[in-house]
Design a protein around this ligand. Structure first.
Ligand SMILES: [Zn+2]
Ligand SMILES: [Zn+2]
Ligand SMILES: [Zn+2]
Ligand SMILES: [Zn+2]
Length: 728
């Protein structure tokens, strides 16, 4: 018997179908070992940055089974994913199972042919690849641990920083400061509604945008009194070339703008397609297509659009890590035009298919027409309108949604008289550069060489989980906390969160992967100066306040001046005499009511005892996100929270912490349902859970309306609006 070990059960299932008798396929279910959680003994720096891995608790059963099977097996084959992470998983499995000479196989797509070919070409575990992964892991841990530790002491407890997360946050904050400093300028857009001699309406726009209303009015009134005619009609041709096949980042960008998927969702869906054998590996920065794929594409293009639509193109890959030069993300079988088990998989698959096929097709041709109108008045500039239409579709036939709308212009002739029916001016203001969306930030990170295909989605998630950004639609808005943390890091560790440093470090990791650099030297060269710099900041003063509040707001308790401070929920105003005075206001000046004592002792720490001799706890009423609740006044030292027994449990288990029960609560906006483990667990939904789980995202289903009896409680899940799902 031959034992094949992969990382995921879904992948195991697909491979099992291809391998006949004599093979047993099992999943390690991700990593079997990891660094211990937030503990500096995780890495032995003196011994040469040796990580002390621990077996992951939850994996003990999996490992026991794998061990048993490995003993019986004639051969153990490690078939985890074809990148550094996969190499590391294979290596950990080898170490934990004590395998002598396991075979390592890699394939870029889970098809019968690819798996067979890989089985015929086994190799040993690639030490360089796995060391590159280890170096990243150790670096990230050291930086995260040291920087976070310092921020806890100097800014606020519980904040975090990271080697790649912090440069990403800095990029967001730099844009935010530009937006704050932006001074808008007024300008006026003048539009003329005219008619041709044959009464066909034509809307034209003034080619100049005056900066004052007076100038705009002058143009409007002069234009109204004057004669109009068509001065010129210019036709020009343009070509639109197709885009290269998808890499991880371009797929994330396109899925965001076309399908509205967040990057982590895109990666989750892509992984399912990959594990089902439908697409190639989804973590790649290569735009390459294999010869076999190109042959398939040619056949499909010929059959679907005609032989004259084929144009095989080579796209340059920017990646320097040639060793891992996978293919671009493409369908495993190009002839399969639709695939996927549910709507979200089908939509992403179609996007990948369209991008892959169109990348090897001829250009589209566009005709542009510009009509310029002349007004017989020396003070009135020309007016113009531009139209465009696709005259030859080319690759757009395979990627229909990239086509865009044609803007058709009416037929007029040069010199034709126009009749100006109405002319109006509209005041506008110049806009600052927009904030980043997740997709645009990923594009920016890639451009600056920060992060890699395996990390983009994780960076986005971290920024969000840490409370450094909030999302409004797809736009990322840095929070006060994000602002404070970034400013602190830029001031004290600007050299370590710069673009150049971060991208050089990525290059060094790539060099480890290709065997051109050594693990130890890389870590040492980085950590020796870094740890010195961290130590040198030990004595900087604690960031106790974020600057004075304007005199407009005084302390509501004692009329003293106030200062801005940072709480868990962002900026607020605090009395400058704190802790002697507890007066506080919200960021907008609204008074924050101090917690009210309810005249009960804290059952946990209220009795004078060894732990709380000086400071016995009293219960106070506080206002939380979900209404009032009662807790100890010594929070955060004492975490006691009074559970309200009158609340009704629904008997449904929480899907977030998998421990609490969902209970009915009443807040400012009426009844809602949240986890009994609040505030540790923050799950809360708007309607009563039905006890079912969403078939699309596995989260709680809740009661809907008359027409929708049941819907997913997750707003971003398509099943939140089941009536809008196309039933196919
Ligand atoms: Zn005060
Ligand atoms: Zn207490
Ligand atoms: Zn919970
Ligand atoms: Zn759902």
């Amino acid at each position: 018997m031959k034992l094949v070990i992969v990382e995921s059960p879904a992948k195991a299932k697909t491979i099992e179908k291809y391998l006949g008798e004599g093979f047993v396929v099992r999943a390690s279910v991700g990593h079997v070992r990891d660094l211990p959680k937030s503990n500096k003994t995780a890495i032995d720096i003196k011994k040469g940055f040796v990580p002390n891995y621990e077996v992951v608790d939850k994996k003990k059963d999996v490992i026991a089974e794998l061990k048993k099977l490995a003993k019986k097996a004639d051969e153990v084959i490690l078939a985890s994913d074809p990148d550094r992470e996969g190499e590391a998983i294979a290596w950990h499995v080898k170490e934990v199972l004590n395998l002598k000479n396991p075979k390592r196989i890699v394939f870029n797509e889970i098809t019968k042919e690819a798996v067979q070919a890989a089985l015929n070409n086994p190799r040993a575990i690639d030490e360089d690849l796995r060391q590159a992964q280890e170096a990243r892991r150790v670096l990230d841990r050291l930086v995260g641990y040291d920087l976070s530790g310092l921020i806890w002491k100097k800014v606020r407890y519980g904040l975090s920083a990271g080697r790649v997360q912090s440069p990403a946050l800095r990029i967001l904050m730099e844009r935010e400061r530009e937006i704050r400093a932006f001074i808008p300028e007024k300008y006026w857009v003048i539009t003329a509604h005219t008619e041709s001699a044959t009464h066909i309406p034509i809307e034209l726009t003034c080619t100049e945008e005056p900066k004052t209303e007076k100038a705009a009015d002058a143009i409007v009134s002069a234009a109204k009194k004057s004669d109009w005619k068509v001065a010129s009609i210019k036709e020009s041709g343009a070509k639109r070339t197709p885009k290269p096949p998808f890499t991880t980042s371009t797929m994330q960008q396109a899925a965001s703008s076309r399908l509205g998927y967040a990057p982590s969702r895109t990666m989750g869906v892509a992984q399912k397609l990959y594990e089902a054998g439908l697409i190639t590996y989804m973590r790649t920065d290569s735009t390459n297509l294999s010869q076999q794929a190109l042959d398939q594409i040619s056949k499909v293009v010929e059959a679907e659009y005609g032989k004259d639509h084929i144009e095989l193109r080579e796209y340059k890959t920017k990646s320097k890590s040639a060793q891992e030069a996978h293919e671009a993300i493409r369908p495993s079988s190009i002839s399969k035009m639709a695939a996927g088990r549910n709507e979200e998989q089908k939509r992403l698959y179609s996007l990948i298919w369209a991008r892959t096929v169109s990348s090897q097709m001829i250009d589209a041709e566009i005709a542009r027409t510009k009509i310029t109108a002349e007004v017989a008045h020396k003070d009135v500039p020309n007016f113009a309108v531009t139209g465009s239409r696709v005259i030859k579709e080319g690759w757009l036939r395979a990627d229909i949604s990239a086509r865009g709308e044609d803007v058709e212009l009416p037929k007029v002739t040069e010199g034709e008289v126009l009749n100006a029916k109405n002319i109006e001016s509209l005041g506008k203001e110049t806009q600052p550069l927009p904030r980043y969306t997740e997709a645009r930030l990923i594009k920016e990170l890639e451009k600056r060489g920060i992060g890699r295909p395996s990390t983009y989605a994780a960076i986005m998630r971290t920024l969000n989980d840490r409370g450094y950004v909030t999302k409004e639609g797809r736009t990322l808005i840095p929070t006060d906390t994000g602002d404070v943390v970034s400013s602190f890091l830029e001031e004290h560790f600007g050299n370590y969160i710069s673009d150049t440093f971060t991208s050089n470090m990525e290059d060094e990791l790539d060099d480890i992967a290709s065997g051109k650099r050594k693990y130890l030297k890389t870590l040492k060269d980085f950590y020796t100066p870094f740890s010195k710099q961290v130590a040198s900041k030990e004595d900087i003063p604690k960031l106790t306040n974020l600057g004075p509040v304007s005199k407009e707001f005084l302390c509501p308790e004692c009329d003293s001046d106030m200062v801005f401070k940072l709480s868990k929920n962002g900026k607020f105003m605090s009395c400058a005499k704190f802790p002697d005075c507890q007066g506080a206001r919200k960021d907008d000046g609204g008074i924050i009511e101090p917690p009210k004592e309810i005249g009960e002792k804290c059952p946990k720490c209220g009795e004078p005892g060894p732990r709380s001799k000086q400071d016995p706890g009293k219960l106070v009423m506080r206002e939380g996100r979900f209404g009032m609740f009662i807790s100890c006044d010594r929070y955060p030292k004492c975490k006691y929270i009074k559970q309200d027994n009158t609340l009704n449990s629904t008997g449904v288990t929480c899907t977030d912490c998998k421990d609490g029960e969902i209970i009915e609560r009443h807040g400012r906006f009426g009844a809602f349902y949240s986890c009994s483990n609040y505030p540790e667990c923050k799950l809360a939904i708007k309607a009563k859970p039905t006890g079912n789980l969403c078939p699309m995202c596995n989260k709680l289903m809740m009661e809907g309306t008359k027409t929708i009896p049941e819907r997913c409680s997750v707003k971003t899940c398509p099943n939140h609006n089941p009536h809008k799902l196309e039933d196919k």
